[in-house]
Design a protein around this ligand. Structure first.
Ligand SMILES: Cc1cc2nc3c(=O)[nH]c(=O)nc-3n(C[C@H](O)[C@H](O)[C@H](O)COP(=O)(O)O)c2cc1C
Ligand code: SF4
Length: 444
């Protein structure tokens, strides 16, 4: 497939695309100007966002317009209100928000301003992954330019509407990307998530109404308001409209971030955009949307990349970040790599997650070393079942358990082949020591 309509990355193909001059030359900030000067009412904007069907790009796919409509009515609730833009981007495999912030920071700022007008926000905080130094530098530079041009702060463009925008560096923890952990971190504390309810729209930053949205979600806003919900709905599929940024990595010839319509088959993405599985090898497994969505069998690569189609094969669309594994990869080893990540990132508040992530790591390490048993495979399934769904304060527990459940449902035979094998039957353990002996010896 080629020649599909693009819009998200169009400006990034221009030199100095991060500057106000280039952004303005491409029509930038004209939408917020029109919104404020006509004016287009906040309700009209929220209705247009709802009509567009945009689904959040941060992982859960929640409709953005609907989320905005949860903010309390100003007539009955005079507390200050905020938006936190989730730029923590820590889900393994995901690297799309980075491109937008580095190459087109003003696009994100214009999206924030329209959201601010629609929800009557006093302030917007862009919480940027701590390691993303260049994103932080570019976003701060764009913010300084926009403020100097009267686009941010008080009385924006002489409209009487005021809104502050701040960029804030993240704390270097995956859990600070979970929306309530992010708010704790923004408030200057450690980032263990808060129990919900109350939800952020009622009790968010400093106890005030708050909306949390992903960078790519907000980046779509100026396009939808400028071109209309009907235009947006004509791209993608009915249940998942629009384009998405597909970060594709792993065993492909051309890893990268591609702008594609939702509903395109994963096979087309791998073969036509990412140059196929590298070195002419066979596809073994693929992760549809970031590490939390699990290893799906290569035979399902014809599946369309949209929320409902990926759900129908037992996984999730997540962040749309595909990871490709070729025929030489070991699913047990790959599951162990992910399990270690989740064990490390669990904040420890919930016993299912705190203990479960450690047990999964220990059993997977034992299996991968060839010292595990068939009971270990059953035990993995049992422990993962105790960690999900929705049994804990936040979804990290699910994010740790679901990939393993997906892997077991597609590759159970490979897990069982490791039992009592004395070494990994897929990779050569004598060449690649992937296990930590202290993990292997631990007895969950
Ligand atoms: C452990 C964990 C980590 C998360 N990390 C991120 C992240 O880095 N970026 C993000 O946008 N959403 C992340 N989320 C999802 C957010 O909680 C939230 O749903 C999202 O920011 C909402 O944005 P959206 O509605 O625009 O998709 C994470 C969720 C969990 C459970
Ligand atoms: S699920 Fe895990 S990360 Fe989330 S609050 Fe509980 S212990 Fe912390």
């Amino acid at each position: 497939m080629s020649g599909h309509e693009t819009y998200l990355l169009d400006r990034t193909r221009t030199a100095a695309s991060h500057t106000l001059e280039v952004y303005r030359a491409s029509g930038g900030y004209q939408t917020i100007e029109r919104v404020l000067k006509q004016p287009i009412t906040p309700l009209e904007i929220i209705d247009e966002m709802k009509a567009s069907g945009l689904r959040g790009r941060g992982g859960a796919g929640f409709p953005t317009g609907l989320k905005w409509s949860f903010m309390p009515d100003r007539a009955t609730d005079q507390r200050p209100r905020y938006m936190a833009v989730n730029a923590d981007e820590s889900e393994p495999g995901t690297c799309k928000d980075r491109v937008l912030m580095e190459e087109d920071p003003h696009g994100l700022l214009e999206g924030c301003l329209i959201a601010a007008w629609a929800m009557g926000l006093e302030g917007v905080y862009i919480y940027i992954r701590g390691e993303y130094l260049e994103c932080h530098r570019r976003m701060q530079g764009a913010l300084d330019e926009a403020r100097a041009a009267g686009l941010v702060g008080s009385d924006i463009l002489g409209s009487g509407f005021s809104c502050e925008i701040n960029v804030h560096p993240g704390a270097g923890a995956y859990i600070c990307g979970e929306e309530t952990g992010l708010m704790e971190s923004l408030e200057g504390k450690r980032g263990p998530p808060r129990p919900k309810p109350p939800f952020p729209a009622g009790f968010g930053l400093w106890g005030n109404p708050t909306t949390v949205n992903n960078v790519e979600s907000i980046f779509n806003v100026p396009f939808i308001i400028e071109r209309g919900a009907e235009w947006f709905k004509n791209i993608g599929v009915d249940t998942s409209p629009g384009n998405f940024l597909c970060g594709i990595s792993g065993h492909v010839e051309k890893p990268g971030v591609y702008e594609l319509p939702l509903g395109l088959s994963a096979k087309t993405i791998v073969e036509e955009f990412a140059g196929g599985v590298w070195q002419g090898r066979q596809l073994k497994a693929w992760i549809p949307g970031g590490s939390s969505t699990g290893f799906v069998a290569g035979s399902l690569i014809d599946t369309p990349m949209d929320h409902n189609s990926i759900k129908a094969i037992g996984s999730m669309f997540g962040t749309g970040a595909m990871v490709i594994l070729d025929e030489t990869a070991c699913i047990v080893e790959a599951s162990l790599v992910l399990a270690r990540f989740y064990e490390h990132e669990s904040c420890g508040q919930c016993s299912q997650c705190r203990e479960g992530t450690q047990w999964l790591t220990q059993i997977l390490a034992r299996l991968e070393s060839g010292a595990g048993t068939l009971e270990d495979v059953d035990m993995l399934e049992h422990i993962a079942g105790g960690m999900t769904p929705g049994k804990t304060i936040c979804a990290l527990s699910d994010a740790a358990a679901i990939p393993l459940q997906v892997a077991l449902s597609h590759f159970r035979g490979e897990f069982e082949a490791h039992a009592g094998a004395g070494c990994c039957p897929v990779t050569d353990q004598s060449k690649v020591p992937v296990t930590d002996q202290s993990e292997v010896k631990a007895q969950p």
